[in-house]
Design a binder for this molecule. Structure first.
Ligand SMILES: [Fe+2]
Length: 243
């Protein structure tokens, strides 16, 4: 069963689906996270996090700042600040549901789900000898500009593996349920994506039409990228009620 952060006031107890969206269109108030504004978490676009203080563009991607607004065993709320050109590399959210709300700015998002979520590659399988490549399906490849809808990803749908690149100074809120936890085997894994056409595995050979229709790519696990600069700051916005 999918676990989700039902304890947060204002979040829907059921995950939003087509019926929910239809209700919203008929005039019911949207859930609180959907109506959330930057000011609700103390944000304004002239905050120093958005400036590329560290280095000119020639010295790698700009540093990303994040702050944890709330964390419990069930879920966490984390704000991320990205100067222009900052990149959060392709990573996953194992067994997690994530509400992602862009509050300020404009970001390019690219996301994938496993093409075959129920069939993880077998380590001893000859077909996966080429460095643990696993077939994934493109879900989103688009630029989002605030204000925009909350996007939701699930353990095996909605784009569980994703990458963000800020095309303007940006801030977004992530609500992760349950949160990352090394003890509970929910650590973050990073990937690189390789075009489908660059690798051929006999057991996974697909005819051109299917490949085109499903927009496939190979994902390969990588170490956390060395040029990823993440700094954590204390949350300084309005307090979040524990009720
Ligand atoms: Fe993420």
């Amino acid at each position: 069963a999918v676990r989700h952060p039902a304890a947060l006031p204002g979040l829907p107890r059921r995950l939003p689906g087509p019926r929910h969206r239809a209700r919203a269109r008929r005039g019911r108030p949207a859930p609180r996270h959907a109506r959330m504004r930057p000011e609700d978490v103390g944000l304004s676009s002239d905050m120093p996090f958005f400036r590329n203080r560290d280095a000119p563009a020639t010295e790698g991607t700009p540093a990303i700042t994040h702050t944890t607004i709330y964390k419990s065993e069930k879920f966490s709320m984390v704000l991320f600040f990205l100067p222009t050109n900052a990149v959060i590399p392709l990573h996953n959210h194992p067994g997690m549901t994530v509400f992602n709300k862009l509050l300020i700015g404009s970001m390019h998002a690219k996301s994938y789900d496993w093409a075959d979520p129920d069939d993880p590659p077998n380590e001893s399988d000859a077909s996966s000898a080429d460095g643990q490549l696993r077939l994934a399906q493109l879900v989103v490849d688009d630029v989002f500009t605030a204000p925009c809808d909350t996007s939701v990803l699930f353990p095996t749908a909605g784009g569980n593996m994703h990458r963000f690149r800020a095309v303007a100074p940006s801030a977004f809120l992530d609500i992760l349920g349950p949160p990352y936890s090394i003890e509970e085997d929910r650590d973050c894994t990073y990937y690189t994506d390789i075009p489908y056409s660059e690798h051929h595995m006999t057991s996974n050979e697909l005819i051109g039409n299917e490949q085109e229709g499903r927009r496939l790519a190979w994902l390969k696990e990588v170490e956390m990228p060395r040029d990823l600069k993440m700094c954590s700051v204390r949350y300084g916005g309005p307090p979040i009620s524990g009720r």
